[in-house]
Design a protein around this ligand. Structure first.
Ligand SMILES: *Cc1c(COP(=O)(O)O)cnc(C)c1O
Length: 402
Protein backbone atom coordinates (compact mmCIF):
# COMPACT_ATOMS: atom_id res chain seq x y z
CA UNK A 1 0.00 0.00 0.00
CA UNK A 2 2.99 2.31 -0.25
CA UNK A 3 2.14 5.53 -2.04
CA UNK A 4 4.52 7.67 -3.94
CA UNK A 5 4.36 10.75 -1.74
CA UNK A 6 4.34 13.10 -4.70
CA UNK A 7 2.02 11.40 -7.18
CA UNK A 8 -0.80 13.89 -7.58
CA UNK A 9 -4.38 12.92 -6.73
CA UNK A 10 -6.58 13.41 -9.80
CA UNK A 11 -9.56 15.09 -8.19
CA UNK A 12 -10.93 16.73 -11.34
CA UNK A 13 -11.47 13.44 -13.20
CA UNK A 14 -14.90 12.98 -14.80
CA UNK A 15 -16.51 9.69 -15.81
CA UNK A 16 -17.10 9.20 -19.54
CA UNK A 17 -20.54 9.87 -21.01
CA UNK A 18 -22.80 6.80 -20.70
CA UNK A 19 -22.91 4.66 -23.83
CA UNK A 20 -26.63 5.47 -24.20
CA UNK A 21 -25.78 9.19 -24.32
CA UNK A 22 -23.00 8.57 -26.77
CA UNK A 23 -25.28 6.55 -29.08
CA UNK A 24 -28.06 9.17 -28.89
CA UNK A 25 -25.60 11.96 -29.68
CA UNK A 26 -24.17 10.08 -32.67
CA UNK A 27 -27.65 9.36 -34.01
CA UNK A 28 -28.52 13.08 -33.80
CA UNK A 29 -25.31 14.03 -35.57
CA UNK A 30 -25.95 11.51 -38.35
CA UNK A 31 -29.42 12.97 -38.88
CA UNK A 32 -28.24 16.54 -38.47
CA UNK A 33 -30.87 17.16 -35.79
CA UNK A 34 -28.74 19.22 -33.46
CA UNK A 35 -31.27 22.01 -33.06
CA UNK A 36 -34.28 21.36 -30.83
CA UNK A 37 -36.72 23.07 -33.19
CA UNK A 38 -35.60 21.23 -36.31
CA UNK A 39 -38.50 21.23 -38.79
CA UNK A 40 -37.27 17.97 -40.34
CA UNK A 41 -37.65 16.06 -37.11
CA UNK A 42 -40.42 13.60 -36.48
CA UNK A 43 -41.05 12.79 -32.85
CA UNK A 44 -39.92 14.63 -29.78
CA UNK A 45 -36.66 16.54 -29.52
CA UNK A 46 -34.23 15.24 -26.86
CA UNK A 47 -34.31 18.73 -25.33
CA UNK A 48 -38.07 18.42 -24.76
CA UNK A 49 -37.66 14.86 -23.44
CA UNK A 50 -34.98 15.94 -21.01
CA UNK A 51 -37.20 18.75 -19.69
CA UNK A 52 -40.08 16.33 -19.22
CA UNK A 53 -37.94 13.73 -17.46
CA UNK A 54 -36.39 16.30 -15.14
CA UNK A 55 -39.75 17.90 -14.28
CA UNK A 56 -41.14 14.46 -13.43
CA UNK A 57 -38.15 13.59 -11.28
CA UNK A 58 -38.78 16.69 -9.15
CA UNK A 59 -42.55 16.39 -9.22
CA UNK A 60 -43.03 19.80 -10.85
CA UNK A 61 -45.17 20.54 -13.90
CA UNK A 62 -42.77 22.73 -15.88
CA UNK A 63 -39.14 22.66 -16.93
CA UNK A 64 -37.29 24.82 -19.45
CA UNK A 65 -33.86 23.92 -20.83
CA UNK A 66 -31.35 26.63 -21.71
CA UNK A 67 -27.70 26.91 -22.64
CA UNK A 68 -26.47 27.40 -19.05
CA UNK A 69 -27.64 27.70 -15.47
CA UNK A 70 -26.60 31.35 -15.64
CA UNK A 71 -29.11 31.81 -18.47
CA UNK A 72 -31.88 30.19 -16.43
CA UNK A 73 -31.10 32.55 -13.53
CA UNK A 74 -31.33 35.47 -15.94
CA UNK A 75 -34.65 34.16 -17.27
CA UNK A 76 -35.97 33.65 -13.74
CA UNK A 77 -35.18 37.26 -12.83
CA UNK A 78 -36.82 38.45 -16.04
CA UNK A 79 -39.94 36.46 -15.12
CA UNK A 80 -39.92 38.26 -11.73
CA UNK A 81 -40.17 41.59 -13.61
CA UNK A 82 -36.84 42.81 -12.28
CA UNK A 83 -36.61 46.55 -12.80
CA UNK A 84 -33.45 48.30 -14.06
CA UNK A 85 -31.06 48.95 -11.19
CA UNK A 86 -33.20 47.08 -8.69
CA UNK A 87 -31.29 45.35 -5.87
CA UNK A 88 -31.47 41.55 -5.68
CA UNK A 89 -30.55 39.87 -2.41
CA UNK A 90 -28.17 36.99 -3.03
CA UNK A 91 -25.69 34.71 -1.26
CA UNK A 92 -22.20 36.21 -1.07
CA UNK A 93 -20.68 32.72 -1.07
CA UNK A 94 -21.43 31.68 -4.64
CA UNK A 95 -19.90 31.50 -8.10
CA UNK A 96 -19.55 34.54 -10.36
CA UNK A 97 -22.38 33.54 -12.80
CA UNK A 98 -24.89 34.22 -10.02
CA UNK A 99 -24.16 37.94 -9.53
CA UNK A 100 -23.45 37.91 -13.28
CA UNK A 101 -27.03 36.83 -14.02
CA UNK A 102 -28.36 39.63 -11.79
CA UNK A 103 -26.32 42.20 -13.70
CA UNK A 104 -27.34 40.58 -17.01
CA UNK A 105 -31.00 41.00 -16.02
CA UNK A 106 -30.39 44.69 -15.26
CA UNK A 107 -30.31 44.36 -11.47
CA UNK A 108 -27.77 45.01 -8.76
CA UNK A 109 -26.48 42.23 -6.46
CA UNK A 110 -27.00 42.91 -2.75
CA UNK A 111 -24.78 40.33 -1.05
CA UNK A 112 -25.93 38.54 2.10
CA UNK A 113 -23.44 37.14 4.60
CA UNK A 114 -22.94 33.40 5.18
CA UNK A 115 -22.62 31.21 8.26
CA UNK A 116 -19.70 29.07 9.44
CA UNK A 117 -21.45 26.19 7.68
CA UNK A 118 -21.45 28.01 4.30
CA UNK A 119 -25.19 28.72 4.19
CA UNK A 120 -27.15 31.96 4.07
CA UNK A 121 -27.03 34.04 7.28
CA UNK A 122 -30.68 34.67 8.18
CA UNK A 123 -29.97 37.60 10.52
CA UNK A 124 -28.13 39.44 7.77
CA UNK A 125 -30.89 38.53 5.31
CA UNK A 126 -33.53 40.01 7.65
CA UNK A 127 -31.45 43.15 8.10
CA UNK A 128 -30.77 43.70 4.42
CA UNK A 129 -34.36 42.86 3.44
CA UNK A 130 -35.60 45.45 5.96
CA UNK A 131 -33.13 48.12 4.88
CA UNK A 132 -33.47 47.81 1.12
CA UNK A 133 -36.17 47.85 -1.50
CA UNK A 134 -35.25 44.34 -2.67
CA UNK A 135 -38.21 42.15 -3.68
CA UNK A 136 -36.25 39.09 -4.79
CA UNK A 137 -33.91 36.68 -3.02
CA UNK A 138 -31.69 34.58 -5.27
CA UNK A 139 -30.34 32.01 -2.83
CA UNK A 140 -27.32 30.05 -4.02
CA UNK A 141 -26.89 26.59 -2.46
CA UNK A 142 -23.15 26.89 -3.03
CA UNK A 143 -21.31 23.57 -2.96
CA UNK A 144 -24.58 21.88 -2.05
CA UNK A 145 -24.96 23.33 1.46
CA UNK A 146 -28.66 23.89 2.11
CA UNK A 147 -29.87 26.41 4.64
CA UNK A 148 -33.00 25.68 6.69
CA UNK A 149 -35.48 25.90 3.80
CA UNK A 150 -38.53 26.04 6.05
CA UNK A 151 -37.17 29.03 7.92
CA UNK A 152 -36.06 30.61 4.67
CA UNK A 153 -39.50 30.36 3.05
CA UNK A 154 -41.05 31.71 6.26
CA UNK A 155 -38.73 34.75 6.14
CA UNK A 156 -39.46 35.26 2.44
CA UNK A 157 -43.23 35.19 2.87
CA UNK A 158 -43.10 37.45 5.93
CA UNK A 159 -40.85 39.96 4.11
CA UNK A 160 -42.67 39.68 0.78
CA UNK A 161 -39.56 38.36 -0.98
CA UNK A 162 -39.83 36.20 -4.09
CA UNK A 163 -37.49 33.24 -3.75
CA UNK A 164 -35.43 31.91 -6.66
CA UNK A 165 -33.04 29.01 -6.01
CA UNK A 166 -29.63 28.51 -7.63
CA UNK A 167 -29.36 24.72 -7.56
CA UNK A 168 -26.16 24.32 -9.60
CA UNK A 169 -24.80 22.08 -6.81
CA UNK A 170 -28.03 20.61 -5.45
CA UNK A 171 -29.41 18.40 -8.20
CA UNK A 172 -30.62 15.37 -6.22
CA UNK A 173 -30.48 17.15 -2.85
CA UNK A 174 -33.49 17.54 -0.56
CA UNK A 175 -34.49 19.43 2.59
CA UNK A 176 -36.85 17.46 4.82
CA UNK A 177 -37.54 15.18 1.85
CA UNK A 178 -38.53 17.96 -0.54
CA UNK A 179 -36.26 18.50 -3.56
CA UNK A 180 -34.01 21.51 -3.75
CA UNK A 181 -35.34 23.74 -6.52
CA UNK A 182 -38.99 23.31 -5.55
CA UNK A 183 -38.97 25.65 -2.53
CA UNK A 184 -39.02 28.93 -4.40
CA UNK A 185 -40.96 30.32 -7.35
CA UNK A 186 -38.27 28.91 -9.65
CA UNK A 187 -35.25 26.63 -9.31
CA UNK A 188 -32.25 26.73 -11.63
CA UNK A 189 -29.93 23.78 -12.33
CA UNK A 190 -26.71 23.39 -14.29
CA UNK A 191 -25.59 20.73 -16.78
CA UNK A 192 -22.03 22.08 -16.83
CA UNK A 193 -19.33 19.42 -16.60
CA UNK A 194 -18.54 19.96 -12.92
CA UNK A 195 -22.11 19.60 -11.68
CA UNK A 196 -24.09 16.41 -11.16
CA UNK A 197 -25.08 15.80 -14.77
CA UNK A 198 -22.41 16.50 -17.36
CA UNK A 199 -23.57 17.78 -20.74
CA UNK A 200 -20.67 20.20 -21.11
CA UNK A 201 -23.03 23.17 -20.95
CA UNK A 202 -26.72 23.61 -20.21
CA UNK A 203 -29.26 24.70 -17.64
CA UNK A 204 -32.73 23.62 -16.49
CA UNK A 205 -35.30 25.97 -14.96
CA UNK A 206 -38.14 24.35 -13.02
CA UNK A 207 -41.30 25.97 -11.73
CA UNK A 208 -44.89 25.26 -10.82
CA UNK A 209 -45.92 28.71 -12.09
CA UNK A 210 -47.44 28.61 -15.57
CA UNK A 211 -46.66 32.24 -16.41
CA UNK A 212 -43.01 31.94 -15.34
CA UNK A 213 -42.67 28.78 -17.42
CA UNK A 214 -44.18 30.35 -20.54
CA UNK A 215 -42.06 33.48 -20.17
CA UNK A 216 -38.88 31.43 -19.73
CA UNK A 217 -39.66 29.30 -22.80
CA UNK A 218 -40.31 32.39 -24.91
CA UNK A 219 -37.25 34.21 -23.57
CA UNK A 220 -35.03 31.18 -24.24
CA UNK A 221 -35.76 31.69 -27.93
CA UNK A 222 -38.49 29.27 -28.95
CA UNK A 223 -39.52 31.14 -32.12
CA UNK A 224 -43.08 29.86 -32.74
CA UNK A 225 -42.23 26.32 -31.63
CA UNK A 226 -43.21 26.65 -27.96
CA UNK A 227 -45.96 24.12 -28.56
CA UNK A 228 -43.29 21.41 -29.11
CA UNK A 229 -42.24 21.61 -25.45
CA UNK A 230 -43.48 18.71 -23.33
CA UNK A 231 -43.13 20.18 -19.82
CA UNK A 232 -44.96 23.42 -20.71
CA UNK A 233 -48.11 25.16 -19.60
CA UNK A 234 -51.29 25.27 -21.62
CA UNK A 235 -51.00 27.17 -24.91
CA UNK A 236 -53.45 29.83 -23.70
CA UNK A 237 -50.80 30.98 -21.19
CA UNK A 238 -48.40 31.77 -24.05
CA UNK A 239 -50.98 34.15 -25.51
CA UNK A 240 -50.40 36.46 -22.54
CA UNK A 241 -46.65 36.65 -23.19
CA UNK A 242 -45.70 35.79 -26.75
CA UNK A 243 -45.89 39.31 -28.14
CA UNK A 244 -44.11 41.05 -25.29
CA UNK A 245 -41.30 38.63 -24.44
CA UNK A 246 -37.98 39.10 -26.25
CA UNK A 247 -36.30 36.10 -27.89
CA UNK A 248 -32.90 36.06 -26.18
CA UNK A 249 -31.63 32.92 -27.95
CA UNK A 250 -30.48 30.98 -24.90
CA UNK A 251 -31.60 27.60 -26.20
CA UNK A 252 -30.50 24.21 -24.93
CA UNK A 253 -28.79 22.22 -27.67
CA UNK A 254 -30.33 18.88 -28.62
CA UNK A 255 -26.86 17.37 -28.47
CA UNK A 256 -26.34 18.44 -24.84
CA UNK A 257 -29.82 17.17 -23.96
CA UNK A 258 -29.16 13.78 -25.59
CA UNK A 259 -25.99 13.40 -23.55
CA UNK A 260 -27.70 14.54 -20.34
CA UNK A 261 -30.88 12.45 -20.54
CA UNK A 262 -29.37 9.01 -19.69
CA UNK A 263 -27.61 10.59 -16.72
CA UNK A 264 -30.89 11.20 -14.88
CA UNK A 265 -32.90 8.57 -13.01
CA UNK A 266 -31.00 5.48 -11.87
CA UNK A 267 -27.68 6.81 -13.12
CA UNK A 268 -27.97 9.97 -11.05
CA UNK A 269 -29.14 7.99 -8.02
CA UNK A 270 -26.10 5.71 -8.28
CA UNK A 271 -23.77 8.66 -8.66
CA UNK A 272 -25.26 10.34 -5.61
CA UNK A 273 -24.68 7.17 -3.57
CA UNK A 274 -21.12 6.94 -4.84
CA UNK A 275 -20.43 10.62 -4.04
CA UNK A 276 -21.86 10.34 -0.56
CA UNK A 277 -19.88 7.18 0.18
CA UNK A 278 -16.69 8.92 -0.95
CA UNK A 279 -17.56 12.09 0.95
CA UNK A 280 -17.92 10.01 4.12
CA UNK A 281 -14.52 8.37 3.51
CA UNK A 282 -12.78 11.73 3.15
CA UNK A 283 -14.68 13.33 6.05
CA UNK A 284 -13.71 10.40 8.29
CA UNK A 285 -10.10 10.64 7.15
CA UNK A 286 -10.06 14.35 8.01
CA UNK A 287 -11.97 14.22 11.26
CA UNK A 288 -9.98 15.03 14.35
CA UNK A 289 -7.25 16.77 12.36
CA UNK A 290 -6.00 19.70 14.44
CA UNK A 291 -6.87 23.14 12.98
CA UNK A 292 -9.40 21.63 10.56
CA UNK A 293 -13.15 22.18 10.90
CA UNK A 294 -15.70 20.32 8.82
CA UNK A 295 -19.13 21.95 8.38
CA UNK A 296 -22.12 20.81 10.42
CA UNK A 297 -25.01 19.47 8.41
CA UNK A 298 -28.60 19.67 9.59
CA UNK A 299 -30.37 16.31 9.80
CA UNK A 300 -33.09 17.58 7.48
CA UNK A 301 -30.57 18.26 4.71
CA UNK A 302 -29.81 15.50 2.24
CA UNK A 303 -26.67 16.77 0.54
CA UNK A 304 -24.88 15.41 -2.51
CA UNK A 305 -21.22 15.10 -1.50
CA UNK A 306 -19.73 15.87 -4.90
CA UNK A 307 -17.23 18.16 -3.17
CA UNK A 308 -15.95 18.68 0.35
CA UNK A 309 -15.18 21.94 2.12
CA UNK A 310 -13.36 22.47 5.37
CA UNK A 311 -12.01 25.44 7.26
CA UNK A 312 -8.61 26.02 8.75
CA UNK A 313 -9.07 27.40 12.24
CA UNK A 314 -6.52 28.98 14.51
CA UNK A 315 -3.93 29.32 11.75
CA UNK A 316 -2.37 32.53 10.44
CA UNK A 317 -2.43 33.35 6.74
CA UNK A 318 1.24 32.45 6.57
CA UNK A 319 0.49 29.07 8.18
CA UNK A 320 -2.35 28.39 5.75
CA UNK A 321 -0.15 29.32 2.78
CA UNK A 322 2.48 26.88 4.02
CA UNK A 323 -0.02 24.07 4.67
CA UNK A 324 -1.54 24.41 1.20
CA UNK A 325 1.92 24.43 -0.40
CA UNK A 326 2.98 21.40 1.63
CA UNK A 327 -0.17 19.47 0.67
CA UNK A 328 0.43 20.37 -2.97
CA UNK A 329 3.93 18.91 -2.74
CA UNK A 330 2.49 15.70 -1.34
CA UNK A 331 0.10 15.50 -4.28
CA UNK A 332 -3.08 17.07 -2.89
CA UNK A 333 -4.37 20.05 -4.88
CA UNK A 334 -6.29 21.94 -2.19
CA UNK A 335 -8.29 24.82 -3.56
CA UNK A 336 -7.94 27.59 -1.00
CA UNK A 337 -10.45 30.44 -1.22
CA UNK A 338 -8.28 32.59 1.04
CA UNK A 339 -5.33 32.69 -1.37
CA UNK A 340 -3.98 36.09 -2.40
CA UNK A 341 -4.86 35.41 -6.03
CA UNK A 342 -8.12 33.67 -6.98
CA UNK A 343 -7.55 30.65 -9.21
CA UNK A 344 -9.98 28.67 -11.35
CA UNK A 345 -13.37 28.41 -9.70
CA UNK A 346 -12.33 29.87 -6.34
CA UNK A 347 -13.11 33.54 -6.95
CA UNK A 348 -15.02 35.51 -4.32
CA UNK A 349 -17.03 38.73 -4.26
CA UNK A 350 -13.73 40.63 -3.95
CA UNK A 351 -12.91 39.55 -7.48
CA UNK A 352 -16.24 40.63 -9.02
CA UNK A 353 -16.07 44.32 -9.68
CA UNK A 354 -19.64 43.92 -11.00
CA UNK A 355 -20.74 42.58 -7.62
CA UNK A 356 -22.08 45.85 -6.32
CA UNK A 357 -20.84 48.30 -3.72
CA UNK A 358 -18.71 47.21 -0.78
CA UNK A 359 -20.90 45.55 1.80
CA UNK A 360 -20.36 44.30 5.32
CA UNK A 361 -19.83 40.53 5.26
CA UNK A 362 -18.01 39.88 8.54
CA UNK A 363 -18.58 36.13 8.80
CA UNK A 364 -17.88 35.47 5.14
CA UNK A 365 -14.63 37.47 5.38
CA UNK A 366 -13.47 35.19 8.16
CA UNK A 367 -14.85 31.95 6.69
CA UNK A 368 -13.48 32.51 3.18
CA UNK A 369 -10.03 33.28 4.58
CA UNK A 370 -9.69 29.70 5.88
CA UNK A 371 -11.85 27.82 3.38
CA UNK A 372 -10.48 24.83 1.47
CA UNK A 373 -12.32 23.04 -1.27
CA UNK A 374 -11.86 19.55 -2.69
CA UNK A 375 -13.69 17.86 -5.51
CA UNK A 376 -14.86 14.33 -4.79
CA UNK A 377 -14.42 12.45 -8.07
CA UNK A 378 -16.50 9.32 -8.61
CA UNK A 379 -13.24 7.49 -9.28
CA UNK A 380 -11.86 8.21 -5.80
CA UNK A 381 -10.79 5.05 -3.96
CA UNK A 382 -10.94 4.43 -0.21
CA UNK A 383 -7.13 4.40 -0.17
CA UNK A 384 -7.00 7.79 -1.83
CA UNK A 385 -9.51 9.16 0.66
CA UNK A 386 -7.29 7.96 3.50
CA UNK A 387 -4.32 9.52 1.77
CA UNK A 388 -6.10 12.90 1.63
CA UNK A 389 -6.52 12.72 5.41
CA UNK A 390 -2.88 11.79 5.91
CA UNK A 391 -1.65 14.57 3.65
CA UNK A 392 -3.70 17.26 5.38
CA UNK A 393 -2.65 16.03 8.83
CA UNK A 394 1.03 15.81 7.84
CA UNK A 395 0.92 19.24 6.23
CA UNK A 396 -0.69 20.88 9.27
CA UNK A 397 1.82 19.16 11.56
CA UNK A 398 4.77 20.21 9.46
CA UNK A 399 3.70 23.85 9.78
CA UNK A 400 2.45 24.15 13.35
CA UNK A 401 4.29 21.18 14.84
CA UNK A 402 1.38 19.59 16.72
C1 LIG B 1 -21.70 26.49 -11.98
C2 LIG B 1 -22.50 27.34 -11.10
C3 LIG B 1 -23.50 28.18 -11.60
C4 LIG B 1 -23.75 28.45 -13.05
O1 LIG B 1 -23.77 27.38 -13.88
P1 LIG B 1 -23.48 27.55 -15.45
O2 LIG B 1 -24.24 26.43 -16.04
O3 LIG B 1 -21.99 27.43 -15.60
O4 LIG B 1 -23.99 28.88 -15.87
C5 LIG B 1 -24.30 28.86 -10.71
N1 LIG B 1 -24.10 28.76 -9.40
C6 LIG B 1 -23.13 28.00 -8.86
C7 LIG B 1 -22.98 27.94 -7.38
C8 LIG B 1 -22.28 27.29 -9.70
O5 LIG B 1 -21.28 26.57 -9.18
Amino acid sequence: MAHDAGSPLMLAAKPPVESAGEAAAIALMRQGLLHRYSEASSGHAPAAELEQAFARSLGVPYCVGMNSCGSTLFAALHACDLRPGEPVLTSCFTLSPVPGAIVHAGGRPLLVDCTDDYTLDFDDLERKAANSSARILLVSHMRGHLCDMERLTEICSRRGLTLVEDCAHTMGATWNGRPSGTWGLMGCFSLQSYKHVNAGEGGLLVTADADCAARAILLSGSYMFFDTHLARPDLTVFERWRRVTPNCSLRLSNLAAAVALPQLGETLAHRIDAWNTRYAWVATALSGTPHVRLPRKDEKAFRVGSSLQFNFIGLTRADMTAVVAHAQQLGLPLKWFGAEQAKGYTSTWRDWCFGGPDVQLPTAERVIEGLCDLRIPLTLTEDEAARIGTIVRTSVRSVVGV
